[in-house]
Design a protein around this ligand. Structure first.
Ligand SMILES: [Zn+2]
Length: 412
């Protein structure tokens, strides 16, 4: 076991004038307290405490200052202070909330004064989705965070740590790819090929697919009805409860997916690449529905962090036509029914096949054909901005309504 630490990046989404003013107040108070403690050459936490105590700041900011100022005066021996120091908060100062039903899914609670905080929608770097899922599930620990403004945009950098297992020293070619398909009928389907190349041990989470579909349906009909009656509060808490139930199902399924991988020798989990899916959003409503309805990104994020915890590598492949091609001959076939894939190549032995399993094998095979890529080595600095597009949904109308209702109660 080793501790893996990362700085998570979140951009605050268009704070309104009131919240911008509050953020600036916090920054000014912080800056003054920092300058004061620095000028007083505080070299211990106790000394710094006496100075920052009187300022109108949250305990998280004061505690961060107590730790930070002695570092400046003793370790770095800094001469002058710049006036653009980020505001630091000690661990657990921030809180994270996830509302997958909203256009902007993530919210952060930012400490302001002693008993006062701001809940704000935030756009995370989508490459760090796995970390957010881990934090949200309590499987990663939050460390210090820093809040700052650059060119009018407020951002947060949050450090997070989680325990991971060392990966075994096995080359990519020696690994057994396990295809992970996320779908309509079956929430998740996994399959791999045995030593002779035959598809083996397919596992489908079809019941869970039904459960989640039902919960989602209940959510959209019930919240709409409650909202037309003006019961926004009830609608929100009811909605939160349903989404928590969905998340519980997701966590159980993703844990079982990783357990499946652990039962295979030298496994590598193969997922479809979300970036590619995003770029080809218009290539079908089917994909759209999968993305939005099934929390595609959420499931991927959970699988990723749980796999890394167990030392199991995760790779992604191009998703194009994984559900339409025959895994035996590569011909693009059709799906007369949701659960059935039919190969139209007359020379192919296959005929009919379970559609989700066919998809999972195609995904696994793309790893072997060299189409895979390891996301960890990609550098995608600007990706935080297009994260919002992930959730551009079919249900956008319903979402806009719930978002309005939800945002209301998050106003400070
Ligand atoms: Zn075929």
């Amino acid at each position: 076991m080793t501790g893996l630490t990362k700085t998570l990046e979140l951009k605050l989404v268009d704070p309104n004038a009131h919240k911008r003013r509050k953020l600036r107040e916090t920054r000014e108070a912080y800056q003054h307290a920092l300058q004061d403690a620095f000028d007083a050459r505080c070299t211990t936490q106790t000394e710094a405490n006496d100075v920052v105590l009187t300022y109108d700041l949250s305990g998280y900011a004061k505690n961060a200052l107590k730790k930070y100022v002695p570092q400046l005066t003793t370790t770095y021996n800094a001469g002058d202070l710049h006036d653009d120091h980020p505001i630091r908060f000690t661990n657990e100062g921030l809180r994270l909330d996830h509302k997958p039903e909203n256009g902007i899914e993530w919210y952060v609670k930012i400490p302001h004064h002693e008993d006062y905080h701001l809940w704000m929608p935030a756009q995370p770097n989508p490459e760090q989705r796995d970390w957010l899922e881990a934090l949200n599930a309590g499987d990663a620990e939050m460390g210090e965070s820093r809040l700052f403004e650059r060119d009018g945009t407020w951002s947060l950098h949050v450090t997070a740590t989680r325990d991971v297992e060392e990966r075994s020293e096995v080359s990519a070619e020696e690994r057994t790819p396990i295809g992970v398909d996320i779908g309509e009928a079956s929430l998740v389907t996994v399959c791999h090929r045995d030593n002779h190349g035959s598809p083996t041990a397919p596992e489908l989470w079809a019941e869970e697919g039904k459960t989640v579909r039902q919960l989602r349906k209940t959510y959209f009909t019930a919240t709409r009805r409650l909202q037309t009656r003006g019961s926004e509060r009830i609608a929100e808490s009811f909605g939160d409860d349903l989404w928590r139930q969905i998340d519980d199902v997701f966590h159980r399924v993703t844990r079982e997916v990783v357990e499946y991988a652990e039962s295979v020798e030298n496994p590598v989990l193969v997922l479809e690449d979300l970036t590619d899916i995003r770029e080809s959003m218009d290539y079908g409503e089917y994909m759209n529905r999968r993305l939005h309805g099934w929390g595609f990104a959420k499931l991927h994020g959970q699988i990723r962090y749980k796999a890394v915890e167990m030392g199991i590598p995760v790779e992604t492949v191009n998703p194009r036509n994984t559900s339409k091609e025959c895994h035996a001959c590569g011909e693009v076939g059709n799906r007369p029914k949701q659960a059935t894939f039919t190969c139209t190549n007359e020379a192919c032995w296959m005929g009919e096949y379970q559609a989700d399993v066919n998809g999972a094998i195609n995904i696994a095979d793309r790893y072997l054909s060299g189409e895979s890529r390891s996301r960890e080595y990609e550098n995608d600095d600007d990706s935080a901005e297009d994260g919002g597009r992930l959730t551009a949904p079919q249900d956008s109308h319903a979402d806009a309504e719930t978002q309005q209702a939800t945002r209301g109660t998050y106003a400070s």
